[in-house]
Design a protein around this ligand. Structure first.
Ligand code: ZN
Length: 287
């Protein structure tokens, strides 16, 4: 084979190699979502049936891309079936609706345990004392492209939508956060002005939550969010999707920022909660 032929063959091979994954993805996305998959979304994600048809179609496409590109690994005997894959991907992709972002580009593997998993933790304090601890975890998000989840808690968090706790939304919010280069509670926002506004509003809400946590005051945001700005963003994401009415009422500025970022209004999919009756008088207080 002469030099020209070699060059042509090489170029064709490269084009094929580069084009093939894309072609496979297009082919996967061109297929309609199987009815059995939609049935799983309906059964396990209570807000899915209440979404407008165009958003449902967007979600199908995102989920199909997620399932095409990410690997699921069952740990400690956990089986990976369509219910596991759809329930996780369906919730994770809610965070991407109406946005131009790619489908968690850094993520390659989702590890699933049957229930809370125990990890050894080594902590070194200022005096150099090393403490070994074993911690039960429901989920973890790693910057190296892995998310670890407890299936038990995934299912519980999904089915009980208004509880305000959702391990999938939490861990995938961390993934969005890390796309901006650091896990610091500021995902990729685009303009400088957007970052300034985001930082001002979230800092105020973070300080307020720290005070609530310190004085054991009830808050619509879980006190765990007071541990760091990254945890605050993940916790506020759970609240935004699961308790939108309560968050809009108690933290209107924060809710506004999340509306701009997530580009959906979860109030469209949920019924306003009943005001809670207290003894003596009635307060319009959300739990
Ligand atoms: Zn977290």
């Amino acid at each position: 084979m002469d030099a020209l032929l070699w060059t042509t063959a090489l170029a064709a091979a490269i084009a094929l190699g580069l084009g093939l994954p894309r072609w496979r993805l297009q082919r996967a996305l061109a297929r309609p979502m199987p009815p059995a998959w939609r049935a799983i979304l309906r059964a396990n994600i209570p807000i899915y049936p209440r979404m407008a048809p165009d958003l449902q179609r967007q979600l199908h496409r995102l989920v199909q891309q997620f399932l095409h590109q990410k690997k699921f690994v069952g740990c400690a005997g956990q089986e990976i079936d369509d219910e596991v894959r759809l329930t996780i991907a369906g919730q994770a992709c809610l965070l991407l609706l109406n946005r131009p972002s790619r489908v968690f580009p850094e993520l390659h593997t989702v590890l699933v345990y049957p229930t809370a998993f125990v990890v050894p933790r080594k902590q070194v304090d200022a005096a150099g004392v090393v403490t070994e601890a074993r911690q039960d975890l429901l989920g973890e998000s790693w910057g190296d492209g892995r998310v670890v989840l407890s299936w038990d808690h995934v299912l519980r968090g999904a089915r009980d939508w208004s509880a305000g706790q959702n391990v999938v939304l939490h861990e995938f919010a961390h993934q969005l956060d890390s796309e901006s280069g650091a896990n610091n509670g500021a995902p990729y926002l685009g303009s400088r002005a957007s970052y300034q506004n985001w930082a001002a509003v979230l800092s105020r809400a973070f300080e307020r939550l720290r005070e609530d946590a310190m004085f054991q005051q009830q808050s619509v945001l879980d006190h765990y969010g007071a541990s760091s700005p990254a945890e605050f963003f993940a916790v506020a994401t759970e609240t935004f999707f699961e308790k939108p009415y309560q968050m809009a009422e108690r933290h209107p500025e924060l809710y506004e920022e999340f509306l701009k970022y997530y580009r959906v209004d979860p109030r469209d999919w949920l019924t306003p909660p009943e005001p809670v009756e207290h003894t003596g008088s009635v307060y319009g207080v959300w739990q």
